[in-house]
Write a protein that binds this ligand. Structure first.
Ligand code: SAH
Length: 368
């Protein structure tokens, strides 16, 4: 028997579900309170009678996702989850405990169609878009990790600070291209804002540069943060790394991005991967590239995040040396561009972009 996923029901539907089981209506409210804290199953719902918990377990499940693997980095700051959706698809999300709060990186699609040459997420293609609740469930999994069933000891405090045990920041930077699933991503962000009190300014959407999607965000009008995965300072080089560059030029992408950030007076985030070819020759991490990038961004309100390439076994690239990375940053800074090197998190747990899903999905398809 397929189990009813209670998280996907409206309040009225959940009430009908419990009354059909011969239970009083207030049980629906109890159950939904547990679910809004990420309760993974019914066994933790201590205010429900034991027998009801067992009955529910037979015919229903709580969230849309099930944690099938949990990896903890050795420094204890990063937790990576491999989650299974109701149709068997697998996705990843990552919880990062930082000095400014607890940030969750969520996936927006199962797989990805963008085909970026350096990335693991896209190797098996796109399976499907995630629904609003599937994206939101990832936040709840992280929330449960932070808080467990101890929520009654302290009320959920929105917009938590570093000492708070709640999710405070969201980055839509996991597997998938969010602006190929824009309406569900917007629905998810609105839900995170209303249900969990996470402020617009603590939410970041990262895109490889889908111009109509950026236009949709401009029309939507909420002051979230936008990150552009640029990775090259000119179209010729960008096309070698990212097929999307054949569709939209850097000029088109940046024009839409500046319009978005100018409207909200926000700083634009530029993601810039630093990568070498198979022989170790720098591709986009040369002095010329650093100068060209500086020209492109000069005088603009932006921050460049430099990301040394995270090795992916299936991809024939190399990671530049620490020296090359610092040299690149120095040139940007000398040219008056804000730039920082992205601290690698959870390297020891394969946290790089789709690797966990890839390794586990491959395992499944090899057997079948
Ligand atoms: N599709 C969106 C969001 C997901 S990718 C986007 O392109 O922005 C999140 C970021 O990780 C992107 O900047 C992406 O280019 C980068 N990335 C992908 N594979 C990587 C790797 N192996 N090492 C480092 N960064 C990687």
């Amino acid at each position: 028997m397929t189990k009813t996923i209670l998280f996907d029901l409206t309040n009225a539907e959940l009430e009908k579900f419990v009354t059909d089981m011969g239970q009083p209506k207030f049980r629906a409210k109890q159950i939904s309170e547990w679910m809004s804290r990420g309760a993974p199953d019914f066994s933790v719902m201590k205010n429900l009678p034991e027998k009801l918990r067992q009955d529910l377990d037979e015919c229903a499940q709580t969230l849309l996702v099930r944690v099938i693997k949990k990896l903890e980095s050795s420094d204890g700051e990063t937790t990576k989850f491999l989650l299974e959706l109701s149709d068997g698809e697998k996705i990843e999300c990552v919880l990062m405990r930082t000095s400014y709060g607890n940030s969750v990186c969520v996936s927006s699609q199962a797989g990805c169609a963008m085909g970026c040459k350096f990335c693991a997420s896209t190797l098996l293609g796109l399976k499907r878009n995630l629904t609003v609740n599937e994206i939101f469930s990832q936040i709840l999994v992280a929330q449960w990790e932070l808080r467990g069933d101890k929520f009654s000891e302290k009320p959920i405090r929105p917009n938590g600070d570093a000492n708070n045990n709640d999710v405070s920041h969201i980055v839509v930077m996991g597997t998938g291209e969010p602006l190929q699933n824009t309406q569900n991503v917007i629905g998810f962000i609105e839900r995170a804002n209303t249900d969990m009190g996470i402020g617009w300014r603590r939410i970041t959407v990262s895109t490889c540069g889908i111009v109509p999607g950026i236009e949709d965000l401009i029309a939507w009008g909420r002051p979230i943060n936008l990150a552009i995965s640029l990775h090259a300072p000119n179209d010729e080089l960008r096309k070698k790394l990212m097929p999307i560059a054949n569709k939209y030029t850097i000029a088109q992408v940046m024009d839409a991005a500046w319009r978005f950030t100018d409207t909200h007076n926000r700083q634009l985030m530029i993601e810039y991967l630093l990568v070498g070819d198979a022989n170790g020759n720098l591709l986009n991490a040369t002095t010329e590239c650093a100068n060209e990038l500086s020209e492109l961004l000069r005088g603009k309100n932006c921050m460049v995040n430099l990301i040394p390439w995270n090795a992916v076994a299936e991809r024939e690239f190399t990671s530049p040396s620490g020296n090359a990375v610092h040299r690149f940053q120095d040139i940007l800074i000398k040219n008056g561009i804000h730039a920082r090197i992205r601290r690698e998190r959870g390297n020891d747990i394969g946290s790089a972009c789709g690797q966990l899903r890839l390794n586990n999905t491959k395992g499944v398809s090899d057997e079948t």
